[in-house]
Structure formats: C-alpha cells, structure tokens
Design a protein around this ligand. Structure first.
Ligand SMILES: N[C@@H](CCC(=O)N[C@@H](CS)C(=O)NCC(=O)O)C(=O)O
Length: 199
C-alpha cells in the first residue's frame, strides 16, 4: 500500500473533515501540518495550493476535501459513510456544510485584512449567509435521531464548530435542537481528537 500523506492546516474545517474520515474509516495516514501561504512545494501537487491535499505514493494527488473523504471511504473495509439509501440527502447536506465553512472562512480572511482594504458589505454578506444556513439546518437537519454515522454529520459538525471557533456561537440560542445535537456529537472521540487550534 502506498503511503498516504495528508497536507493539512492546524484549524482547517475542510481538513478536519478528512482527518475524521481517516480516523473513522481506519485509514492510516501521515498528516503534515503546513502554513499554506508558505507551502510553495504544494503547487506541484495542487495548483490551487489549498489544504487539505492528499498525496498517494509520489505521483497521485487527490484534490478537494470531498474527494479525499470519498477516497478514504472507498478504500476502507468499514461501513460506508455514504448510505446509498440517503445518498443525495447526504451529498446535499455536505454541500450546505461546505458553504457554511466557506462563508466563515471568507469572512475571517476579510476581517484580518487591513481596515482600509476591508469591505464591510462583503463581511456582512458572509455573516448573513452563515446565520441563514444554520437557521436552515435547525429546521431541515435530517439526522437528529440518526444512529448511523454518516458523512453529512461529520461535515455539518465541522462547519458548526468552525463557526464557533472563528465567528460566533450566538446562533446556539435560536438553534437549540441543532446545538444540542452538536454537543452530543462532540462527545465522539474523533471530534475530541481533532479540535482546531490556533496556528
Ligand atoms: N473546496 C476545498 C476548499 C479548501 C480550502 O478553502 N482550504 C483553505 C484552508 S481552510 C485554503 O487552503 N486556503 C488557502 C488559500 O486560499 O490560499 C476543499 O474542500 O478542500
């Protein structure tokens, strides 16, 4: 079996999703934490220079967290995280989670620019999108009672935790059911093992 190297960051929600999938699906990986802005070598593997990026052996690369999760799931002997009976619901929920991660990340990147370069309109747009998405999840989350672990649960938990880490937890009062679900889900060892940390 070729060596699997996962280039990751210390607090990327996309990276956390892939790391959790590797843990749950019992895939042995070597994780290398990089500072993406300085990781020029990564351009050879991924011209977008984004993390996570998975390198298999020396010549194959898997780009994008969703593809990495699908790959880990495919090579695993464990039960699938993409139940065929719920497949399109799972995939759509993952896209919603990814959009939430993106909104919070974009907002964060804008807030750390110098004040004269920042756009308040842009920041506000991302905040409205993030809070609207969480509100939508509160009403439409199909996993409140689910006993079977699935990829959308992992993705949504990573997105909500990243929102708390980088933006706000103010939504937890209005979205009580979702927050209760998250707190229970956070008791899983794979969540405890992958808590984001400051770089
Ligand atoms: N669609 C990508 C998004 C990955 C992504 O945006 N990663 C961020 C870190 S959380 C990144 O590498 N940003 C570096 C940059 O944009 O320069 C995925 O799911 O893997």
């Amino acid at each position: 079996m070729d060596k699997l190297i996962l280039y990751n960051g210390p607090n990327s929600p996309f990276g956390r999703k892939t790391k959790i999938t590797a843990i749950v699906q019992d895939i042995k990986i070597e994780e290398k934490i990089v500072k993406v802005e300085q990781a020029e070598f990564l351009d050879n593997f991924n011209p977008l220079r984004k993390i996570p990026t998975l390198v298999i052996g020396n010549d194959q690369t898997i780009i994008d967290s969703d593809n990495i999760c699908l790959y880990f799931n495919q090579i695993s002997k464990k039960k699938t995280l993409f139940d065929p009976d719920r497949y399109w619901s799972i995939m759509s929920n993952i896209s919603v989670a990814n959009g939430l991660m993106e909104a919070v990340l974009e907002r964060r990147m804008e807030t750390i620019r110098s004040t004269d370069e920042q756009s308040k309109t842009f920041i506000q747009k991302q905040e409205i999108r993030a809070l609207r998405t969480i509100n939508w999840l509160e009403k439409n989350w199909t996993n409140y009672k689910s006993k079977q672990l699935s990829m959308d649960q992992i993705a949504v938990a990573c997105a909500l935790e990243y929102t708390k880490f980088r933006y706000t937890d103010v939504w937890s009062n209005d979205s009580k059911k979702l927050n209760e679900w998250l707190e229970k889900f956070n008791e899983n060892s794979f969540m405890k093992m992958t808590i984001p940390r400051e770089a």
